[in-house]
Design a protein around this ligand. Structure first.
Ligand SMILES: C[S@@+](CC[C@H](N)C(=O)[O-])C[C@H]1O[C@@H](n2cnc3c(N)ncnc32)[C@H](O)[C@@H]1O
Length: 633
């Protein structure tokens, strides 16, 4: 039985560096000597594509190397389930994760790598008033717990990133870069990232994304009309728009979804001649292209003769025109004497229209609409996006027939969750959401945060933004249900919270080694529940956090079956020698009944066994029944 420790690769979030090295080794084995990269050989193998100059093209800033490193450092945290704050825990497939998104993105790497269809984010815009999360290279989990007031951090205060800070853009870039790198790994082959931003950082963001995604994967920069009335006291031009910058993981395989034609667009198709092929609209018959045989006289049914206007030609060549005439595809007006026009049938054009880069407020809503939507739910939040804006991103990227995952790791008030359930309700889709939000403390003495802080207090919740997110999701789900009582879709969400790992790290107290050694006999922290440990296992083994879990009592011990036999876990605190055989045979029988397609991992609590003999016996019985992969924690 292999014992897993906190230092063990299997119990940590993925080691991205090791994975990169392995991939490099597979492609260029010659570039490795004694497990180290020989850059000279690698350069030769890459030929002319190596950049040797010191001043390279691209976005550079102080701290970029360190920020890249930050994305590569595995997390020492975990996600603890919180059933009490969840809605429909047993059935829902949506997630709301409370924590710093850098750590959470690291923890999600194994379970959600390549699985996300759309990432929509609305990060702090760096307007000078935003709080920009200060990552800590040494111990980010400790930093997180201190910053969010979950442990005493000696009065650390969250402050905003002001323009006077001297590191204004640098701090923002350092915050965004590792997060975008980790987020990219989660996208599926046809996935995309849509990011809301304004003029403050749009140019930096574009270049940052060029770096992370490759400029060839830029698919558009949408202008979103955020308001209608100009601001007369604007210092320069009054801004009425923001952007949504879009990158695909691979622009060549990303497919934009057509949008349904508007009522206005459909009204342009008519059928004045009762054509049995259905409604049509008149299209231009001429073109600018110069080709031989496209300038010929056309005689209308009333006998009028037409030639193309100077500088233009007829679209079809004479032969094709004759064919079109015989098929009744040319229109000369109700009296048969107008300039010829091409009949474009509604049935012959695409099912919808290609989305454009202009998203007007009438179509997707504006800031005022967003505030109204929050007011309707009775939840205060100072910078929400309208639900329609994110619904538009969903329509462009997803279809109702394909179940998919939508991720937003700067969730704010949770508009993305609201948009997902609203869109599912309107088109019968089964999209799922994963939201991440920092429990950013709200300060009742700050004018911008007062309403949020007082709201949390009045409903007995800690004063932080994650509480607002959860409450909004609860109220939005309830509203959708009330307005559509027949809707049977998923309106719930599972809550998880970022915490230090359930597995104790080897952190000896050099002055009291006997106590340290005694304490470390039990690897698992004593203040953690069986559920906590189960979900940490799911993350470490790369399983979905909403995978079904079944429980059975075998030899008086609770055994969990996760993912239809992929993982069988018994975390009983004591397994006596006399109980080993019955337990092992019971687990083997259950495994046979489940008959999983792939390999099964069986996990026990290491400290549960009276001695090594009991442990060895149990492993041997399981192995005799084909369960080779037995682990202890
Ligand atoms: C502009 S708001 C998003 C608003 C959201 N789109 C909405 O409609 O409500 C950005 C959010 O990101 C959160 N945030 C900032 N840094 C974070 C971090 N490191 N991890 C998680 N959330 C963070 C902030 O607390 C803030 O609520």
């Amino acid at each position: 039985m292999k014992k897993l420790t906190a230092e063990d690769a299997e119990t940590r979030s993925p080691d991205v560096v090791a994975e990169n090295v392995e991939q490099l080794k597979t492609i260029f084995p010659e570039a490795f000597t004694e497990e180290k990269v020989d850059f000279e050989v690698l350069k030769q193998l890459l030929g002319g594509v190596v950049e040797e100059r010191e001043e390279k093209y691209g976005l550079n800033w102080h701290g970029k190397r360190r920020a890249r490193q930050l994305a590569l450092t595995p997390s020492t945290g975990t996600l603890r389930p919180c059933l009490a704050e969840s809605v429909d825990w047993d059935t829902t497939r949506n997630l709301m994760i409370e924590g710093d998104n850098l750590e959470v993105l690291k923890l999600l790497q194994k379970s959600y790598s390549g699985k996300v269809k759309l990432i929509y984010i609305d990060p702090p815009y760096n307007t000078g008033k935003d709080f920009v999360y200060p990552d800590d290279f040494q111990d980010n989990i400790k930093n997180y717990l201190e910053l969010t007031g979950q442990v005493d951090g000696g009065g650390n205060k969250l402050s905003s990133n002001t323009e006077a800070s001297g590191r204004y853009h640098t701090d923002w870039l350092n915050m965004m870069y590792p997060r975008l790198k980790l987020a990219r790994n989660l996208l599926g082959p046809d996935g995309a990232l849509f990011i809301s931003i304004d003029d403050c950082e749009v140019s930096n963001l574009r270049r940052l994304c060029d770096d992370v995604f490759g400029e060839e994967n830029f698919v558009g920069c949408v202008v979103w009309q955020k308001k209608y009335s100009p601001q007369n006291d604007a210092q320069h031009l009054s801004e009425l728009h923001e952007y949504v910058v879009a990158y695909a993981l691979n622009a060549a395989s990303w497919r934009v979804q057509l949008l349904p034609r508007s009522e206005e667009g459909l009204a342009r198709y008519k059928n004045p001649d009762n054509d049995p092929r259905g409604p049509w609209k008149a299209g231009d018959f001429t073109t600018k292209t110069k080709a031989a045989g496209h300038s010929y006289p056309i005689t209308s049914p009333s006998g009028k003769v037409f030639l193309p206007t100077p500088g233009r030609q007829w679209g079809p060549a004479k032969e094709t025109f004759d064919q079109m005439m015989s098929e009744g595809r040319v229109w000369f007006g109700p009296n048969g004497s107008n300039v010829p026009a091409l009949k474009q049938f509604l049935s012959g054009v695409q099912e919808g229209t290609v989305p454009t880069t202009l998203w007007l407020r009438e179509l997707v809503g504006d800031n005022q609409a967003a505030m109204r939507q929050m007011a309707e739910l009775g939840v205060p939040f100072d910078s929400p996006k309208p639900v329609g804006l994110i619904q538009q991103a969903l329509k462009v990227n997803t279809t109702p027939t394909e179940p998919c995952i939508i991720l937003d790791f700067f969730a704010g008030s949770g508009t993305t969750g609201h948009a997902v359930v609203t869109q599912n309700q309107s088109d019968g889709g089964s999209r799922r959401y994963v939201l991440v939000q920092l429990p950013e403390p709200l300060d009742a003495t700050n004018i911008d945060q007062k309403a949020g802080a007082e709201f949390c207090d009045s409903v007995g919740k800690p004063r932080n933004i994650a509480e607002i997110t959860k409450e909004r999701l609860r109220r939005a789900g309830k509203k959708v249900r009330e307005e559509n009582p027949m809707f049977a879709g998923d309106l719930g969400f599972r809550v998880f919270k970022l915490a230090s790992s359930n597995i104790r790290a080897w952190d000896p107290n050099r002055d009291d080694l006997p106590t340290t050694l005694h304490d470390s006999i039990e690897h698992l922290k004593t203040d953690r529940t069986e559920q906590d440990i189960l979900f940490e296992l799911l993350l470490k083994l790369g399983l979905d956090l909403t995978i079904p879990i079944e429980q059975k009592s075998i030899a008086g011990k609770a055994v969990h079956n996760i993912g239809a036999g992929t993982l069988l876990v018994c975390l009983a605190e004591q397994i006596a020698a006399a109980e080993v055989e019955l337990l092992a045979l019971g687990i083997a029988a259950w495994h046979k009944e489940l008959a999983p397609a792939g390999e099964t991992t069986v996990v026990f609590r290491d400290s549960a066994f009276a001695d090594d003999v009991a442990k060895t016996n149990l492993t041997a019985i399981l192995q005799q029944h084909g369960l080779e992969n037995v682990r202890s924690l």
